[in-house]
Design a binder for this molecule. Structure first.
Ligand SMILES: *Cc1c(COP(=O)(O)O)cnc(C)c1O
Length: 452
C-alpha cells in the first residue's frame, strides 16, 4: 500500500471510530491529524517520515527521551518473564523494589506506597486515604477538602470535585462534592487585586481565614506544589508552599501534594516540594514515573497515616480500594529503569545548565509585543499571550490564539500544545542545548508571525 493511501486509511479509521480526549470532534481532523509512528530522543516522526521536536514531552510524561535504551531493554527483559500479576493477595519483586526507591527519593516522612495507574486515581486515593484516616481517628466531621481556584487534579469525579478550572469543571457541578476554595496564587492576574511582593502573600491569609473557621470539618488541603499546571503554568511565589504547610500544621489538617505534573525532575529538582523543603502527608505521582513509557501512578503516605488503618479484619479499618492493573510488572520495570538512568546520568544535575539556557532564550520571547508574561520553573514553561500588554487584556477565547501559534509551530517542525492563551513548553529533560534553542526559536517565530 502506498503511503498516501495508508495515511488515508488511518485517517478514515480515526474519524470513523475514535473519540479524542479534550477535543471538539466536530472540528477534529479539519486540517488532517498528524499521525505519529515513531520516536527517538526529543523527536517524534510522522507517517511521512518528517521529524518534529516533542516540545511538551507527549503531554508532560517523557523524561529521558523516546526509545531510551536502558528502559527499552528493561521492558523487553520483563516481557520475557511476565507482564502482569496482581497485588491482590500476591506480590512481586519489582513492586517492592520500586516502592523502596520511591520512598527514598520522595520528601522525608513518606513511607508507604499505594500503586494505581494514572494521576486521577492517585489523587482519588489520596482523598480517600485522608478522609478515612480521620474517620479512624474518631474525627467524623473532618470530611471536607480545601482546594485552590485554578487547581487541576484530574478528570475522575473526585478529582474534578477538588478541581478549580471552571472551563473544565463547572458543567459537572451537580455530580461533585462541596469543597472550600482558597484563592489561586496567580500573581499576574491576582484575584484579590494585589501586587506581589507588596501583597505579602495575602492569598495565604485568605486561605488561613477559611481554615481557622472550618478546620474541624477539613480533612486535607490538596495542592499542586509550586506550579498550577493545567490552568496555564501558574507559579506560586517563593514561600507560598511552605506557608500552606504551616497552615496545615497549625490547624491539624493533612497536606496532599499532587506532584503528578511537577514530579521527576520537571521543576529542576526531583520534586517541587524539595524547593521549599516541604514534607506533605500524602503525595501523588504519575506522569513522569515511567519516563513516559507505561501507565503507572503511586500515592504515598506517612507511617502515622498508614498505622491508623491497621486493625483486626473485623475492625473494618482496611483501605478498601484497588485497581486491576495496580503495580503492573512492565510499568514497574520501566519506572525502576528510569530511576536508574536518573542516577547514572545525573539527569537533574545535568539539567541545570539547560534550565539557564532556557531562561535566557525565554527572555527574548518575553519582549515580544503580545507576550504578557513568561513563567518558568525548571522545564515547566508557560508563555501567556495577551491582546494588550499594558492592560493585560487577554485574547478572546474564540480567536484560538494559542492554537494558531501551535499550528504554525508545527509547520516549522515543533509539536506543542496550548492551554488557552498560554503556550506550554515542557521538553524532555534529556533535550540537548541545540534542540532547546530550536524549540524556543520556532516558538518565538510562531508567536510573532501569528500575533503581530
Ligand atoms: C495530569 C494531571 C493529573 C491527572 O493525571 P492523569 O494521568 O491524566 O489522570 C492530576 N494532577 C495533575 C497536577 C496533573 O497535571
Amino acid at each position: 500500500m502506498g503511503i498516501q493511501s495508508y495515511k488515508k486509511r488511518i485517517e478514515k479509521l480515526d474519524r470513523d471510530y475514535l473519540w479524542h480526549p479534550f477535543t471538539q470532534m466536530k472540528e477534529w481532523g479539519d486540517s488532517g491529524p498528524l499521525i505519529i509512528t515513531e520516536g527517538r530522543g526529543s523527536f517524534l516522526k510522522d507517517i511521512f517520515g518528517t521529524w518534529y521536536i516533542d516540545g511538551v514531552s507527549s503531554i508532560w510524561v517523557t523524561v529521558h527521551g523516546h526509545r531510551k535504551k536502558e528502559i527499552d531493554d528493561a521492558v523487553k527483559a520483563q516481557l520475557d518473564r511476565i507482564s502482569h500479576s496482581t497485588l491482590l493477595g500476591l506480590t512481586h519483586p519489582l513492586a517492592a523494589e520500586l516502592a523502596e526507591m520511591l520512598v527514598r527519593i520522595t520528601p522525608q516522612g513518606l513511607s508507604r506506597v499505594f500503586y494505581s495507574d494514572n494521576g486521577s486515581t492517585a489523587v482519588e486515593i489520596g482523598l480517600k486515604i485522608a478522609f478515612q484516616y480521620w474517620q479512624h481517628r474518631g474525627r467524623k466531621n473532618k470530611t471536607k477538602f480545601l482546594t485552590l481556584n485554578n487547581a487541576y487534579h484530574g478528570d475522575t469525579l473526585g478529582a474534578v470535585s477538588v478541581g478549580g478550572i471552571d472551563l473544565f469543571h463547572e458543567l459537572f457541578a451537580p455530580l461533585l462534592f462541596d469543597t472550600f476554595r482558597a484563592p489561586s496564587p496567580y500573581c499576574y492576574r491576582c484575584e484579590l487585586g494585589k501586587e506581589y511582593p507588596s501583597c505579602r502573600k495575602h492569598c495565604l491569609k485568605e486561605m488561613e481565614k477559611i481554615v481557622s473557621k472550618h478546620h474541624d470539618e477539613i480533612a486535607a488541603i490538596i495542592i499542586e506544589p509550586l506550579v498550577q499546571g493545567a490552568a496555564g503554568m501558574l507559579m506560586s511565589p517563593p514561600g507560598y508552599l511552605r506557608g500552606v504547610r504551616r497552615i496545615c500544621n497549625k490547624y491539624g489538617i493533612l497536606m496532599i501534594a499532587d506532584e503528578v505534573a511537577t514530579g521527576f525532575g520537571r521543576t529542576g529538582k526531583m520534586f517541587a516540594c524539595d524547593h521549599e523543603n516541604v514534607k506533605p502527608d500524602i503525595f501523588c505521582i504519575a506522569k513522569g514515573i515511567t519516563a513516559g513509557y507505561l501507565p503507572l501512578a503511586a500515592t504515598l503516605a506517612t507511617e502515622k497515616i498508614y498505622r491508623a488503618f491497621l486493625g483486626k479484619h473485623e475492625d473494618l479499618k482496611t483501605f478498601f480500594h484497588g485497581h486491576t492493573y495496580t503495580g503492573n510488572q512492565l510499568s514497574c520495570a520501566a519506572a525502576i529503569a528510569s530511576l536508574k538512568v536518573f542516577k547514572k546520568e545525573q539527569t537533574i544535575a545535568r539539567m541545570q545548565r539547560k534550565i539557564r539556557v532556557l531562561h535566557k532564550e525565554l527572555e527574548k520571547i518575553s519582549e515580544l509585543s503580545h507576550v504578557g508574561e513568561v513563567r518558568q520553573k525548571g522545564f515547566m514553561t508557560g508563555i501567556e499571550l495577551v491582546k494588550d500588554r499594558q492592560g493585560r487584556e487577554p485574547f478572546p477565547l474564540k480567536e484560538k490564539m494559542g492554537w494558531k501559534v501551535c499550528a504554525r509551530a508545527r509547520e516549522k517542525g515543533l509539536i506543542i500544545r496550548p492551554l488557552g492563551n498560554v503556550i506550554v513548553l515542557m521538553p524532555p529533560l534529556s533535550i540537548s542545548i541545540d534542540e532547546l534553542k530550536s524549540l524556543t526559536r520556532i516558538t518565538g517565530q510562531a508567536i510573532t508571525e501569528i500575533t503581530d
